[in-house]
Design a binder for this molecule. Structure first.
Ligand code: MTE
Ligand code: MO
Length: 526
């Protein structure tokens, strides 16, 4: 007959106190998670654009110094948002743990910390032009749930572990552990429900999947023979949707149901007009190849892509609204509050195919590229023209209105600068000495490219073979054979636009209106 395990020696008080602190920190994290999740769940039920986490993420993005943003884009590329969510998650967990510990020490103080975090969320929501009462409610709910759960859990922990006259150092009992476990389980379940609700709110996705684009009344002219230079490794003439660069301030990709989408033309017009998705589909649509470029693209960078867009010329819609004399800008607005300021004349010019695009390379716009409708304006950087998820065109003046990036130090006008890029050989690579084919792309949208030249080791400029342009609104492929002796070499490229202007060699950073300078690579020939 063996006696069961005998009573263990009581752990030293210190260890017990540490265990209580751990329990308090855990309670803080669980309470915080429950709060955040409630806010997200409420937002998911109402509209994804109300998400408090999303608002905080956007606020961080907006407030971050440009250098930090460039770093994030450079380091994480399209993963920069996942990085931000993870960072916010870690900060929230740390704050939750801190609130738990504080609440253990001084009841009410931890709750105050949690409340303060909630207020930050509320402030983010309030400043994100999401001032809607529903958005406030989601943030308030998140804060209230976190604060009350923290009070409840840590209060319970204190009572159960109280040692008279000393800091709590008893052993947390079943009651607390059950409360904590139950809350954690509820959080996990809530997470699943939120996920489901989120995906349900992506009804827009279903609508997109079911969509069949109308045939264009005016198809894009076929890609001319000779447009491809036929060098392996050179950028595809038409960029696949999956590989197309994505730049926007949207923390969560807005999901817009085409069934409830409206586009309103407002402001300085004789006749305000609103169109629906059905109205838009009923118009004679045109198809055009247009190369988009981001003003943030560094020399040699890849924030540029070429696609076949299907859409309705914006000028037709503006003509219905009849802009008043004096108007010189259209402030296009997205569902998420982003705005771009485009010169009115660029949108009304019959010679420039500015489109309300619904199709990209034969498919409905992908959600991250603006489904259901975006603007595409040949010749202008995206930040002043290419509004995704567009819902309003306000006819106005540059004097009266400023767009999103213009209030953040970027230029009001953003015509695309002539640029050229070396795709092959890869920078820093080794090549066999002898004849080496250098190839890449060049663009000067709406002016076109008339010549591309390369230079080896600062030697004479040699003319490259220029692919036939699809149109002056797209990029051009080019290729040039050069002779490389064994050793290290620098290869530079420059383009001349359709007006005969040679690309400037002066280097400039992206801000405030686009980078300049020659793309130069180094290779080692062996
Ligand atoms: N709604 C919305 N539209 C937007 C932006 C944005 O932040 N929000 N960014 C613009 C910028 S800066 C660029 S370069 C292009 C990029 O379009 P893409 O992501 O489809 O490549 O979208 C433009 N349209
Ligand atoms: Mo951009």
């Amino acid at each position: 007959m063996s006696a069961g395990p005998g009573p263990l020696p009581a752990p030293p008080g210190q260890r017990r106190a540490a265990r209580v602190r751990l329990a308090a920190a855990g309670a803080g994290i669980v309470a915080g998670a429950a709060g955040v999740l409630s806010g997200e769940l409420a937002a998911g039920l109402l509209s994804p654009s109300l998400s408090p986490v999303s608002a905080v993420g956007s606020a961080v993005t907006d407030l971050a110094p440009p250098a930090a943003k460039d770093w994030a884009i450079q380091t994480f590329g399209t993963g920069d948002k996942a990085f931000l969510v993870t960072a916010i998650g870690i900060v929230l967990a740390l704050l939750g743990a801190a609130a738990g510990l504080l609440e253990l020490r001084r009841p009410g103080f931890g709750a105050a910390l949690a409340g303060a975090v909630g207020l930050v969320g509320l402030a983010a929501v309030a400043t994100r032009s999401l001032g809607a009462p529903a958005a406030w409610t989601c943030a308030l709910l998140a804060g209230a749930v976190a604060v009350s759960l923290l009070r409840w859990l840590v209060g319970r922990l204190r009572r159960e572990t109280a040692v008279s006259g000393q800091p709590p150092a008893g052993v947390p009992r079943r009651g607390f552990l059950r409360a904590l476990g139950g809350t954690a389980a509820a959080v996990a379940l809530g997470g699943v429900v939120t996920g489901v609700v989120r995906s349900a709110s992506l009804a827009a996705d279903a609508a997109r999947a079911a969509l069949r684009l109308p045939a264009p009344a005016q198809p894009a002219p076929p890609i001319p023979a000779g447009a491809e230079v036929g060098v392996p490794g050179v950028s595809d003439l038409v960029t696949a949707n999956e590989g197309f660069y994505r730049i926007d301030t949207a923390f969560v990709v807005p999901s817009v149901d085409p069934g409830s989408w409206r586009l309103a033309v407002t402001g300085l017009v004789e006749q305000p007009v609103t169109i629906t998705w059905a109205d838009l589909l009923a118009q004679p649509l045109v198809e055009r190849y247009v190369t988009l470029t981001c003003v943030s693209n560094e020399v040699g960078g890849n924030l540029v892509g070429n696609a076949r867009w299907l859409g309705w010329p914006v000028r037709e819609l503006l003509a219905r609204a009849r802009p008043r004399a004096g108007a010189d800008m259209v402030l296009s607005r997205s569902v998420d509050g982003f705005t771009a300021g485009t010169p009115l004349e660029a949108l009304t010019d019959p010679g420039r195919d500015a489109l309300l695009a619904i199709g990209m390379n034969g498919a409905p716009l992908p959600p991250e590229h603006g489904f259901p409708v975006r603007l595409v304006v040949p010749g202008l950087y995206g930040y002043v023209s290419a509004t995704k998820w567009v819902t309003e065109l306000k006819v106005t003046t540059f004097a009266a209105d400023q767009a999103y990036w213009s209030t953040r130090g970027w230029s009001e006008k953003g015509p695309i600068k002539t640029a050229s890029r070396i795709d092959v050989p890869r920078r820093g690579s080794r090549v066999a000495a002898g004849e080496v084919v250098v190839a890449g792309v060049a663009w000067a949208q709406h002016r076109g490219i008339s010549r591309v030249e390369v230079s080896v080791d600062d030697g004479a400029w040699q003319q490259a073979r220029l692919g036939t342009g699809i149109s002056r609104d797209t990029w051009y492929q080019w290729a040039a054979p050069v002779r490389l002796s064994a050793g290290r070499h620098r290869i530079a490229v420059r383009a001349t636009d359709g007006d005969g202007q040679v690309q400037t060699s002066a280097t400039a950073p992206p801000a405030p209106d686009g980078a300049t300078g020659y793309d130069i690579i180094e290779v080692e020939a062996t």
